[in-house]
Design a protein around this ligand. Structure first.
Ligand code: 13P
Length: 252
């Protein structure tokens, strides 16, 4: 049995005041972490505030990390810094970072290694563009991303991380992948993991879907056998919708 995960990705939203309002509103309402792993991936400016106020059942994640331990990298944040403020998760390889900040598969791989060294759980994003989907090349594209992201990791490390399948054409567009499209691609990713690391690891690893997930489509997505939860942008910004998603996952 894989424990479902609902991870909010706030992207570049929420001031400190807004983040505090949110955490106070959701804290007591979140179902037990035995039922669903609930994560909020917030901007760096509010991580410490959220960690200090995280309830029993909420965990906090960052949205990026630098691959080096320390150094002259103006504006960047290290894994040691995240670990030291009490962050437990970090999103790596989000398509917005790949697209706007030139994040390559090689960098994604280095960032995963670095995060694991500091005990952070990477939430590793992969997903194809609309042109790949239309050309029928989704599977080879995503497979290549997975292979490169996980290069050099051992089975125990792979088992512990979280993958998120986020088709780029579904992010922030209101155009969700159908339940079948999401499940089929995630099943394919799981088969890729089985090929690379064996069936036990493939059966253990959590693979989330992301891309216009909302309170109306979450149940259908979670009813699919291979979808272990969701990485959520827009619908994670309001306590009410975020809590409905978490509650839906607690019933999976
Ligand atoms: P939306 O849920 O806003 O489409 O964003 C998805 C996403 O990018 C989560 O990482």
């Amino acid at each position: 049995m894989r424990r479902p995960v609902i991870a909010g990705n706030w992207k570049m939203f929420k001031t400190r005041d807004e983040a505090l309002q949110f955490i106070y509103a959701v804290n007591l309402e979140v179902p037990k972490k035995d039922y669903v792993e609930t994560v909020i991936c917030a901007p760096a400016t509010v991580l410490r505030d959220l960690v200090k106020r995280q309830g029993e059942n909420v965990r906090i994640g960052a949205q990026n990390v630098h691959e080096q331990t320390e150094g002259a990298f103006t504006g960047e944040i290290s894994a040691a810094m995240l670990e030291n403020v009490g962050v437990d998760y970090v999103i790596i390889g989000h398509s917005e970072r790949r697209q706007h900040f030139s994040e390559t598969d090689e960098k994604v791989n280095l960032k995963i290694h670095q995060s694991l060294r500091y005990g952070l759980i990477p939430i590793v994003c992969v997903g194809e563009s609309l042109s790949d989907r239309e050309a029928g090349t989704t599977e080879p594209f995503v497979k290549n991303q997975v292979i490169k992201a996980l290069n050099g990791l051992g089975s125990t490390q792979v088992e512990a991380l979280i993958l998120a399948y986020e088709p780029i054409w579904a992010i922030g567009t209101g155009r969700t992948a159908t339940n079948e499209q999401a499940n089929d691609t995630i099943a394919f990713i799981r088969a890729t993991i089985a090929e690379l690391y064996g069936q036990t690891v493939a059966d253990q690893i959590r693979i989330l879907y992301g891309g216009s997930v909302n309170t109306g489509n979450i149940e259908g997505l979670l009813a699919e056998p291979h979808i272990d939860g969701a990485l959520v942008g827009g619908a994670s910004l309001q306590p009410k919708s975020f809590l409905s998603l978490v509650k839906a996952a607690s019933e999976k």
